[in-house]
Ligand binder design. Structure first.
Ligand SMILES: [Zn+2]
Length: 318
């Protein structure tokens, strides 16, 4: 392992903002991502013969049209001069353990709160762009669901966030995680916690034949056709038996709870999967260096686009 390269990738926030202090520095970096499979024109679709002009726009020599490096991406119609702020926001949202609120971000990068909110929504939306359809969990996989939202003060102690089952007015998240501190996690927003619903999600995410560790929820009985299910009885105060426990998935819920309580206070159903994706991204990359996290987000970002209208529309429904 080349230590020099590793150290260079572990960039502090200050070093990172210095490295990407100008639109040009950001554009040169984005160029490597956008054109990694060769240069192509977003207008005519032809490959090759793209030139960067002195004003930092690109020109296609086939159709003669110009475009910015962020054309048709998550960055949308943002001004090029905003790129250093975007990069700073991405460093924070991918590297801070809980993410950041739009109020705090606005202060840090010097934008209005509305602009910071919009940037964060776009970044969070991009977390889900990497939909690993062929990435399956295997071995020993812990599963659990959690209920998010509703009025905390009205709930019985055991029903708060990471306990309770099926209460009206709350959103259900179903989580799966390979056993262990570094186990890969996945979490999906589900309409209900019925056996058939969870079974379907499992088949999409967990290799059949895997050993499942779970609590006593009777809905998990439906999984036995495809998985080896071992359950412990939380309601009888049994939290571990012969290595069967759900500690790994519960640490994902602990993070989700910290993000929910610390940053958002409220998640609408419409945005829940986005927030789960952000939590899963962070817990799955605990040992990944800062710059690689940013690059991963930039890769996802260059393929995503969400208009303000779409955002506002989904917000209004929620
Ligand atoms: Zn062209």
């Amino acid at each position: 392992m080349n230590k020099g390269v590793m150290m260079a990738k572990q960039l502090s926030f200050v070093a990172f903002t210095q490295k990407f202090a100008t639109p040009e520095a950001c554009i040169l970096h984005l160029e490597k991502i956008r054109f990694k499979d060769g240069e192509s024109c977003p207008h005519c679709g032809r490959m090759g013969k793209i030139y960067r002009r002195s004003d930092l726009a690109y020109r296609c020599s086939d159709c003669g049209r110009n475009f910015h490096i962020i054309y048709g991406t998550m960055f949308g119609k943002s001004k090029i001069k905003m790129l250093p702020k975007w990069f700073a926001a991405i460093w924070i949202e991918t590297n801070h353990s809980k993410g950041i609120s739009s109020v705090q971000l606005a202060k840090m990068i010097g934008t209005t709160q509305k602009t910071a909110w919009f940037m964060l929504q776009r970044i969070r939306n991009a977390f889900g762009n990497k939909d690993d359809d062929d990435d399956f969990l295997s071995g020993i996989v812990e599963i659990d669901e959690t209920y998010i939202g509703g009025k905390e003060k009205n709930k019985h102690k055991s029903k708060k966030l990471n306990a309770g089952r099926g209460t009206v007015g709350k959103s259900v998240a179903f989580g799966m995680r390979e056993k262990g501190e570094d186990g890969e996690a996945m979490a999906v927003h589900v309409q209900d916690a019925k056996g058939a619903t969870l079974h379907e999600k499992m088949l999409n995410r967990v290799l059949t034949g895997a050993t499942i560790h779970a609590d006593e929820n009777s809905a998990y009985g439906a999984l036995r056709d495809d998985y080896e299910v071992e359950q412990i009885n939380h309601s009888a105060d049994e939290y571990e038996r012969d290595g069967v426990h759900t500690n790994s998935i519960e640490s994902l819920w602990a993070l989700v709870k910290r993000v929910y309580m610390g940053i958002h206070h409220h998640w609408s159903d419409k945005h829940m999967q986005k927030y789960l994706n952000a939590c899963v991204f962070r817990i799955n990359r605990k040992k990944v260096d800062t710059l690689s996290r940013v690059d991963e987000m930039l890769n996802m970002a260059m393929g995503a686009r969400l208009t303000y209208k779409q955002l506002i529309a989904s917000e209004a429904v929620a």
